[in-house]
Ligand binder design. Structure first.
Ligand code: MN3
Length: 269
């Protein structure tokens, strides 16, 4: 279970994603083995073979000092998505907004019994029984962690691989798919997210309000995420002001189809 950055850099793209997500759960190498986060849901099946929660015995003494969740590093530089997403937006979005969700999620879970293991997907499945702070901040942390991975410099282009084929067969064409996705983004009133999910083996487009996501029991729109687009104003306002449609249109230039394909593949298993 030892992971090093140097090993991580040498991994294949698929392994990189797997290990990236895994780093969130193991970045202290479980020196303080108190709370286990597994990024479950769409991401979990990518890491399922590598994390076995039973291996990690909580060390009560160190437990209290260690918050269960960490802010993941961006997988690229703040300016890497220019000119489509500007550096300052990325800095504020990651360092302030995402960090805020992580900090507040840790606060919301601070009262949990020692030795508690936190699995976001499990929390999402029974979210109606959880405090609203877990819904908002757990969703915020999960959604943004996914969002960063679903973008990359020099991304975009036509959807590749099996996902590309599935998009064409489901939506008739990539153009129709993007049109429907863009319309869904435009129609989302206020803050929220737009998703491409696999639901019972079928690709679907939908949206959720606030920081909800399709893995939550409280969500009307359900499925396993393949694409996630943040349409909160904080994601685009500095550069695009009120023009959400322009932001969404530009976002296609930074989509990481490799990650989307991995999520699609994982969702089908
Ligand atoms: Mn956001």
């Amino acid at each position: 279970m030892a992971y090093s950055l140097s090993a991580d850099r040498q991994a294949s793209d698929q392994q990189k994603l797997k290990k990236y997500i895994q780093m969130k759960t193991t970045r202290r190498d479980f020196i303080k083995k108190g709370a286990l986060l597994t990024f479950a849901g769409a991401a979990s099946s990518l890491i399922a073979n590598n994390i076995n929660s039973e291996e990690f015995i909580p060390e009560q003494k160190q437990q209290a000092e260690q918050p269960p969740f960490d802010l993941p590093a961006l997988p690229y530089a703040y300016e890497a998505l220019e000119p489509y997403i500007d550096k300052q937006t990325m800095q504020i979005h990651h360092d302030k907004h995402h960090k805020g969700y992580v900090d507040n999620l840790n606060k919301a879970l601070a009262g949990a019994p020692a030795g508690s293991k936190f699995d976001l997907e499990q929390l999402f499945r029974s979210l109606s029984e959880q405090p609203i702070a877990v819904r908002n901040n757990g969703g915020g942390h999960y959604n943004h962690s996914l969002f960063w991975q679903l973008m990359k410099p020099k991304g975009g282009g036509a959807p590749s691989g099996k996902l590309g084929d599935a998009i064409k067969s489901t939506f008739e064409s990539v153009e129709n798919f993007q049109k429907k996705f863009n319309e869904t983004a435009k129609a989302r009133f206020g803050s929220g997210w737009v998703w491409l999910v696999v639901d019972n083996g079928t690709l679907r487009i939908g949206s959720t309000p606030n920081q909800d996501n399709p893995l939550m029991d409280v969500s009307d729109f359900k499925g396993k995420p393949v694409l996630a687009l943040d349409v909160w104003e904080h994601a685009y306002y500095l550069k695009y002001q009120n023009k959400r449609a322009d932001y969404v249109g530009d976002w296609w230039n930074v989509v990481n189809w490799d990650t989307a394909n991995e999520l699609f593949d994982a969702a089908g298993r």
